[in-house]
Design a protein around this ligand. Sequence first.
Ligand code: SF4
Length: 312
Amino acid sequence: MLPFNDYGNAMRQRLGGRVQKLAIDAALSCPNRDGTIAHGGCTFCLNEAFSPSYCREAHTITEQIDQGIAFHTSRGRTADHYIAYFQSGTNTHAPIDTLRKLYFEAINHPKISGIIIGTRPDCISSEILDLLADIATRKYVAVEYGIESTLDTTLHHVNRGHSFADAELAVAETRRRNIDVGAHFILGLPGESREHLVEQTEAINSLGLSFIKFHQLQIYRSTAMAKEWTLHPERFALNNITTEEYALLIIDIIRHLDPTIAIERFASQAPRNLLLHSPLGGVRIDTLRSMIISKMSALNATQGDLCSLSGR
Ligand code: SF4
């Protein structure tokens, strides 16, 4: 038995079988780039780093789903359930009729069991949530918010354009409609210490998330953060962290994390040619996961065993 609440297992139980997510690029822009909120985007963002090749080559949602299934099947990854994961950009940043058409094209595909909508906490509305709640009466639906940090000073520094209070409100409104809510957080943003990354788990617990992703901060070439990283490396607390130290940090976070939150990721990998620096170098995600599991077993540690659950 795993010492943490594993997302893959949670989804298998939820949907009854093996689940494979298919990344979808709906070609929606980002309000933090197109001037709706700001120009320039988040200082760490290189959007192309998040799109698999089958998204870039295809056009319609249906084509991307078909090509995604073929892509995973050719690598021996078959599934009982496929979920269309609207991943790139901000997938609620369009008129409601456009969104309805996109989401319904996905759920009407015969092999699709549900959708996950990646977006920002300040780019959601009652109208969109009501549409998603309606879809949730037919297929699985989750919304995944990029929250990244619980500190407003950090969010401002990296030009996120939203506050942590925006995230609290978005998650609460989504949960109120019985829609699963996930979030991702970046570990190692400038000015954030290792201690803060563990302490913020209490604020994360108070949100009431269904699932969570943690990513180590990766510095992509040609971003504003690449410039900051070059000029002020001292601002990046995880700059020189070893894989073992990172595993211990993640374990500390897991032990403070509400055990009902399923963990989807501990770290991410990006194409090396896009990266200026990644604190974990070329370590494989499955190697890191094995390290975390074996160290937690040795410590007799489990998810939430140091969690106060205050605020729930
Ligand atoms: S990280 Fe998301 S919100 Fe920020 S600029 Fe990139 S696409 Fe936009």
